[in-house]
Design a protein around this ligand. Structure first.
Ligand SMILES: O=C(NCCCCc1cc2cnccc2s1)c1cc(-c2ccc(F)cc2)cc(O)c1O
Ligand SMILES: [Mg+2]
Length: 215
């Protein structure tokens, strides 16, 4: 049967990127998705905003919900100092298998822990399994209807503490209206919208950054 789109993205990385060079992996994926086949990576424009938030937060522990091919995982991990790490959750085992190879090609496997499973099942085990106290940064990029319930679950599990930054992709397209309403109206979050575009297109989209203020 035909290869999958993630498999074709991995091929583009193996053809165009240099092993151990995360920037070349990012550039190869962006070029493929802009000129060959669209894919749901956060992309270069929103990716630059993601980079600036990672640099501003200088996180020690990052949670990414939604790995896909590992594009944003590589963007985040390449900016982390030694000892810092990103735990990334992926529901689809085929996507996870591709992401592991993309992350390995970029040479960042020591900074990444890829977990296969659904966020609702995995989040309650985070503290116990990974010895995480609280996340410094959470990048939400998974099922759009899970952004709000999983944010509440992270709060209940004590994985979000004063100062934790939530950064949510696709708050306009496909859209996460209930999540936006919650973080923008809650007295416990300080929210800011970074206007941008849907990856590789002219459609509007953006990232919402929300800082938890504590209870
Ligand atoms: O669905 C999107 N991303 C989520 C994939 C969900 C898989 C997972 C569920 C799950 C559950 N638990 C743990 C881990 C995970 S991973 C998505 C879609 C578009 C898009 C698509 C068509 C279109 F016309 C316009 C925009 C753009 C984007 O940037 C996206 O991120
Ligand atoms: Mg997205």
């Amino acid at each position: 049967t035909r290869t999958s789109r993630p498999q074709r993205i991995l091929k583009a990385v193996q053809r165009k990127a240099t092993v151990g060079d995360p920037q070349s992996v990012i550039t190869a994926i962006d070029h493929f998705c802009r000129h060959r086949e669209w894919a749901m990576n956060v992309g270069d424009e929103k990716g630059s905003i993601l980079d600036s938030v990672v640099n501003e937060v200088s996180p020690v522990t990052v949670l990414e919900l939604g790995t896909y091919c590992g594009y944003s995982t590589v963007r985040i991990a390449r900016l982390l100092p030694p000892g810092a790490c990103v735990i990334t959750l992926e529901f689809n085992p085929d996507y996870a298998a591709i992401a592991r190879q993309v992350i390995k090609w970029s040479g960042l496997e020591d900074k990444v822990q890829l977990v296969e499973g659904a966020s609702g099942d995995c989040i309650p085990w985070m503290k116990e399994h990974f010895g995480v106290q609280a996340f410094d940064l959470v990048f939400l990029d998974h099922w759009k209807e899970r952004y709000l319930p999983d944010t509440k679950l992270l709060e209940e599990c004590g994985l979000i503490q004063k100062g934790t930054v939530l950064l949510a992709d696709n708050v306009i397209c496909p859209g996460t209206p209930d999540y936006l309403e919650y973080v923008r109206n809650s007295p416990r979050y300080n929210s800011h919208y970074y206007r941008s575009h849907l990856e590789y297109t002219k459609a509007e989209d953006g990232l919402e950054k929300s800082v938890f203020l504590g209870y």
